[in-house]
Design a protein around this ligand. Sequence first.
Ligand code: FAS
Ligand code: PHB
Length: 394
Amino acid sequence: MATTRTQVAIIGGGPAGLLLSHILHRAGIESIVLERQSRSYVLERIRAGVLEAGTIALLRAVGLGDRMDREGHPHDGAAIAWEGRPRFFIDTMKYTGKQMMAYGQTAITEDLYAARDAAGGTIIDQAANVQPHDVISDRPFVTYEKEGLSHRIDCDYVAGCDGFHGVSRASIPATVLKTYEKSYPFGWLGIMSPTPPYPDLCYCYSSRGFALASMRNPMLSRYYIQCDLDAEVEDWPDERFWEEFKSRCPEDMAEKIVTGPSIEKSIAPLRSFVAEPMRYGRLFLAGDAAHIVPPTGAKGLNLAVSDVFYLSRGLIEFYRNGKTLYLDCYSDMALRRVWASARISWWLTMLLHRFPNETPFEQQMRFNQFDYLQASAHAQASLAEQYVGLPFEA
Ligand code: FAS
Ligand code: PHB
């Protein structure tokens, strides 16, 4: 078995793993990223699209802001179009002085790959059967297979950035790990189309179900509609999607939707999931490996970024001055922000979707919640500060 050594072994080459490797490199700390898939496979996945203010600031601070600032689309908030009620705007600029940014996860991953390549970073793609070992000792290591050969990486720490279906969380004993989960009785059918997007980020509440208009760039639109859990992409030819989408938004908005062929179409189930603690010995979980939020609040990718902020701060403190204060409080600090994002994502999901078999009383509660939002500057300020992203620092 070929053996190498690094300071931090990172399992997973998505946004969390690549960003962690990038930030550690800038602090002179070595890492190796082990990614199960090929680079093209990782880059073909269509995922998040909206960045919180904290993510924007961090990407700029670590030298990843140029393309984002050139090609991203800043937003002073997001609109909520509610059937039969006045348009509402989550005005993050008015209440927090901060903006969101529409800039796709694919672009961020491309930027991260480019930065790691430029720095001579080690990303091992198509690494099979990656396994962390001895993580509660002070000499952990990771094994993997590639092209029929077995490899071992000795390290000081292991970062589990391998997403919801990864191996890292699964390697924490059930006697240690506590998980919390909620599944929603619907999914999101998303399409990407090479058309000029609707100008605003707009969430729509309709008696027919939820819809969302978003974007990636001036010629790339991203749209979603709530769909049944058993829906199949094949049941949704473009024509049917566009007709249904327009039927869920107000007329003045529907008129502005530029339809076109879809270049990507997929269905994602919605779930809330949190695993505690996010540390087990010298293994640290970050990103979807530790938590999943329904995309209604545009929080998933942004939570991965704040996890990496806390974890990189702890690792840098250790390698710079041998202290482990930030590593020791990593799980608590990350989880405080995880739960806040999990709650607002759940709250927006409950507010904006039609639930099968909901009672008239439950519908009235939803309508009144929206009316209160319209009427109260305090409620608007509270939603705005959570939507734009709570500060990373406690
Ligand atoms: P990722 O899942 O992105 O990356 C984990 C990486 O680890 C993957 O590349 C995987 O191949 C690799 N891996 C897994 N197991 C491994 C193993 N055993 N060995 C080695 N590598 C392994 N968030 C939003 O904010 N807005 C959205 O609209 C949105 N839409 C989404 C749609 C879908 C279908 C999904 C699944 C997620 C969506 N998300 C959205 C959330 C998403 O953006 C995640 O929050 C984000 O990808 C988190 O990044 P990572 O934690 O790096 O996890
Ligand atoms: C997206 O652009 O993919 C997007 C935007 C806002 C969300 C979820 C997804 O809440």
